[in-house]
Design a protein around this ligand. Structure first.
Ligand code: 6CS
Length: 280
């Protein structure tokens, strides 16, 4: 059953109930009793999406929904969050799990209990047609004093830009994909950076011949996400991983993620240990 994205009022009521869950640990029995798992998403297709009808889809929630059903948790209920707020929200007990394409990186792996890898992707730039400022890497943006990059707040692309030396005042926080494309079209930024599949989804919807994609971004690694649980919810994470492994082995995992453009083999060929240890 496709899960709805609850209207604010009912979501607030729901959260007040669910908020009673012990922030200390969300164990499987509690989730079964609750009847749903509260997932954090960003609404960034094809990773995560909320339709006009409120239905939640995207590769990450679809994998989570199947796994939680197999664990006896009938439903998932999503709330949209900025990437940078997801881990604090999880730790504060506002979510039971993050299923949003939150890429594994050492500092995040220290803060949460990730599942094994689910969605892997490289990074991309959306630029004006002809790439007039010749961006191929985040360093190219740093080296051009006039270049402004748009990226999600607390997201990987923001961090990559800052680490490449782009000054803070030239890294513009963009709240969502549509805003990023509009800011690029209006010339308020010179490049908008998201993972490859997200940029391609936005560009196909924008259908603007004055824009083009640069992918993959040179020097940026391929990242993989996992479902992210609280550190104290390792038992829940392990139960999730048992079902994820079965999905991968049965071929069902590929049937869920590949229609969205993701490579099942990319996730299957790596593991949490490698991804959490990977250099930036
Ligand atoms: O994990 C992240 O920070 C990045 N993940 C996705 C799917 N989109 C942008 C975000 O910065």
């Amino acid at each position: 059953m496709k899960t709805g994205f609850l209207a604010a009022a009912s979501l607030a009521a729901l959260m007040s109930v669910a908020g009673g869950m012990s922030a200390s640990a969300a164990d499987l029995e509690e989730l079964k009793e609750q009847g749903f798992a509260r997932i954090a998403i960003a609404n960034e297709p094809p990773y995560t999406a909320v339709g006009a009808d409120g239905k939640v889809s995207g590769a990450a929630p679809d994998v989570a929904r199947v796994i939680f059903e197999r664990l006896g948790v009938k439903d998932v209920v999503a709330s949209i969050s900025e990437y940078g707020a997801m881990i604090p929200g999880l730790q504060a007990g506002r979510h039971d799990v993050i299923t949003a394409g939150l890429f594994m990186k050492p500092e995040r792996c220290n803060a949460v209990a990730y599942s094994e890898p689910v969605l892997c992707d490289a990074e991309a730039f959306a630029v004006k047609k002809g790439n007039p400022m010749k961006f191929a890497s985040y360093k190219d943006i740093a080296d051009n004093p006039n270049a402004r990059i748009g990226a999600p707040g607390g997201g990987t692309e923001e961090k990559l830009a800052l680490e490449a030396g782009v000054p803070r005042d030239r890294v513009i926080v963009v709240p969502d994909g549509q805003s990023g494309i509009k800011m690029l079209q209006d010339g308020r930024i010179d490049v908008y950076s998201l993972p490859v599949l997200s940029i391609h989804d936005l560009m196909s919807k924008a259908n603007d011949p004055n824009l083009e994609v640069v992918a993959p971004v040179q020097g940026a690694p391929v990242y993989c996400d996992g479902a992210a649980f609280r550190k104290q919810d390792v038992a829940l994470r392990d139960a999730f991983d048992v079902e994820l492994k079965k999905l991968k082995e049965s071929g069902e995992f590929a049937k869920i993620v590949e229609p969205y453009g993701f490579s099942a083999a990319a996730a299957i060929s790596t593991n949490r240990e490698k991804q959490c240890a990977a250099a930036q």
